[in-house]
Design a protein around this ligand. Structure first.
Ligand SMILES: C[S@@+](CC[C@H](N)C(=O)[O-])C[C@H]1O[C@@H](n2cnc3c(N)ncnc32)[C@H](O)[C@@H]1O
Length: 244
């Protein structure tokens, strides 16, 4: 599945908020709310997904927010989330349906956030995204992102469980496995809906993650014209477009 082909997240979008929104929202508040509160021009949400982070950025800031989300399934959930916001908050959001490097944003924001998305970019797309970020940030603007895993693990990692979350009589859950596969980290989400111990349905979606050590990321960012700076949170990397 691939956001660029338009079918990415076709399975996962249904389950994403139910299984991840609460944890992801808390994490986004810790990681991004302070920087968003300091934004004076606009904020970019790169790979906005269902809008969990977009909503945190809107609540924390007072400036326009550009939510860039190319996958139709995720964008549908993003727009449903925006539909439930007050008209004042919704008026501050622009939704861009292209991959970030094709969105053509120029000096549009003083803060860019890429949450849980850089690892999913192949190296060429990642480098194109850095270049597009340099163009999209204003001089002095800040980029915050969570870096991909530094290296491939040597074997299959222990499966992780998301949920279960109850909806009426049913339990929704996902098992997530990650294993090296031809140089990438293949991550498989297996979703299940259960009622009274019986599996009602099961669906599966696989994503490839591209590991990259921090030194390589720093080099790529520098080549794209961004200075690596101290991140405001231990799980993040940060870079700044040099002031004019
Ligand atoms: C794992 S989701 C994370 C969503 C959201 N940032 C969050 O933390 O909840 C990654 C998102 O990045 C989007 N994405 C993938 N490639 C992209 C690209 N080149 N430009 C912008 N978004 C992209 C995907 O469609 C997907 O919705």
């Amino acid at each position: 599945m691939d956001a660029r082909r338009g079918d990415g997240y076709a399975v996962s979008a249904e389950f994403y908020d139910l299984l991840q929104a609460e944890t992801d929202r808390r994490q986004a508040e810790q990681r991004f709310a302070e920087a968003a509160a300091r934004a004076r021009y606009a904020v970019l949400d790169v790979g906005a997904g269902t809008g969990i982070v977009t909503e945190v950025l809107l609540r924390a800031s007072t400036v326009p927010v550009h939510a860039v989300e190319p996958a139709p399934a995720m964008r549908a959930a993003l727009l449903s989330r925006l539909a439930h916001l007050g008209a004042d908050r919704r008026a501050r959001v622009t939704v861009h349906p292209e991959p970030f490097a094709a969105a053509g944003l120029a000096e549009a924001a003083d803060l860019a956030v890429a949450s849980n998305m850089i690892a999913g970019l192949d190296p060429a797309t990642r480098r194109a995204t850095w270049r597009a970020l340099t163009a999209a940030l204003r001089p002095g603007g800040l980029l915050l992102f969570d870096p991909p895993p530094a290296h491939l693990p040597t074997g299959t990692e222990e499966a992780q469980r998301l949920g279960p979350v109850r909806v009426g009589p049913d339990l929704y859950l996902a098992d997530v496995t990650r294993e090296p596969h031809r140089g990438v980290l293949r991550t498989v989400f297996t979703y299940r809906v259960e009622r009274e111990g019986t599996v009602l349905r099961q669906a599966r979606e696989a994503f490839d993650l591209w590991p990259a050590p921090p030194g390589l990321l720093a080099e790529e960012l520098r080549t794209a014209g961004l200075d690596v700076v101290r991140a405001p949170h231990p799980d993040l990397m940060a870079a700044r477009r040099p002031a004019a």
